[in-house]
Unconditional design. Structure first.
Length: 279
C-alpha cells in the first residue's frame, strides 16, 4: 500500500458533502504518547475538524469516553462515539448508550482489583477504568517485565469472557482491553452511517481496533485510510503517514479544492480488501 499525499487524497475524494468522515483520536488526531492522559490534539487538528464539520457530517469514534474526547477537542459540532461505540452523542447533545455501565461494573471491579495486586505501577503498567470497559496499558513497561507479566494479564482478562453479559479481549497498540462483546467501532460506524444514508463513510484509523470500522465503511461503498508510517495488513485502501498529514488532509478536504493530477485520475483503490504490500 503506497503512502498517499494528503492534498492529492483530498482532491481524489471530490466533494466533502458526499462523505461521512469518521476519525479516531489517538494516532489520528493526536500523536501516540506514553501516557494516554497526555495525548493532546496535533497542532491545527481541532480547527481542521471544525472546518470540515461545516461542510459535511463528521464523527469522532474512539476507545476513550465521550467526556474525555470533548475535554480534549472542545465543543465541536460533530458526533462523538466513545468506548469503541458503547455510547454515542449526536451534535444536538442526544446520547445513546449501547451498554449499561451497571451491567458490567461487577466484572470490571473484580478485574481491576486483581490487576492492582498483580501489576507494579512503578514498572510503568497503567490500568485505565472506563464506564463500560477496562484497559491495561504497557507502553512504558520494560520488555523483560512486560514479557513476564503480560501473559498473566491476558489470562486474567480471558478468564472473564464468559461473565454476563459477555466480554471480549481486544489487543491494540501496547494495550489490552476487556470490553462487552459486540461493542466495536464497526457497529458505531454502521449506527452513525444509518443516520446519514446519503453519504459514504470515510474512516481514518491507526490501530487494529479500527479494522471493524474499515470493514463497516467498505460494506457501504466507503473507504478506509490507515494512519501509519509503514504498511501493514489492513482492510483500508489508502494510507497517510501521521496526525500531521491527517491535519493537512482535513484542511485540504474542507477547502474543496479541485484535483490537480497529471492524468486526472480519481481514487486509485486496491482491488483486494486486505493487503500487506510494501510501498
Amino acid at each position: 500500500m503506497n503512502l498517499d499525499d494528503p492534498q492529492a487524497l483530498a482532491a481524489d475524494l471530490g466533494a466533502p458533502g458526499d462523505w461521512l468522515v469518521v476519525l479516531d483520536y489517538d494516532g489520528v488526531l493526536s500523536p501516540i504518547v506514553d501516557r494516554p492522559e497526555d495525548a493532546l490534539p496535533a497542532p491545527g487538528a481541532v480547527d481542521a475538524v471544525a472546518a470540515l464539520a461545516a461542510r459535511t457530517a463528521v464523527a469522532i469514534v474512539s476507545g476513550r469516553t465521550i467526556a474525555d474526547l470533548r475535554t480534549r477537542l472542545g465543543p465541536l459540532e460533530v458526533t462523538f462515539a466513545g468506548g469503541h461505540g458503547a455510547e454515542v452523542r449526536s451534535p444536538d447533545g442526544r446520547t445513546t448508550s449501547f451498554v449499561a455501565p451497571e451491567r458490567v461494573a461487577a466484572t470490571l471491579d473484580e478485574v481491576e482489583a486483581a490487576l492492582a495486586g498483580l501489576l507494579p505501577a512503578a514498572d510503568g503498567w497503567q490500568v485505565e477504568r472506563k464506564p463500560a470497559s477496562l484497559a491495561v496499558h504497557h507502553r512504558r513497561v520494560d520488555e523483560p517485565a512486560r514479557d513476564a507479566l503480560l501473559p498473566r494479564v491476558r489470562d486474567l482478562l480471558d478468564d472473564h469472557r464468559a461473565d454476563a453479559p459477555g466480554f471480549e479481549v481486544l489487543a491494540g497498540k501496547a494495550v489490552h482491553e476487556l470490553r462487552p462483546a459486540g461493542v466495536d467501532k464497526g457497529r458505531a460506524v454502521t449506527w452513525i452511517a444509518d443516520r446519514s444514508p446519503t453519504r459514504r463513510p470515510l474512516v481514518l484509523g491507526d490501530d487494529v481496533t479500527d479494522e471493524d470500522a474499515f470493514r463497516a465503511a467498505a460494506g457501504r461503498d466507503g473507504l478506509g485510510v490507515l494512519i501509519a508510517t509503514s504498511p501493514r495488513a489492513t482492510v483500508a485502501r489508502r494510507r497517510l503517514r501521521d496526525p500531521e498529514a491527517v491535519v493537512t488532509f482535513l484542511r485540504a478536504f474542507a477547502s474543496g479544492r479541485p484535483a490537480v493530477t497529471p492524468d486526472g485520475a480519481g481514487i486509485d483503490e486496491d482491488d483486494g480488501g486486505t493487503t500487506d504490500a510494501a510501498g
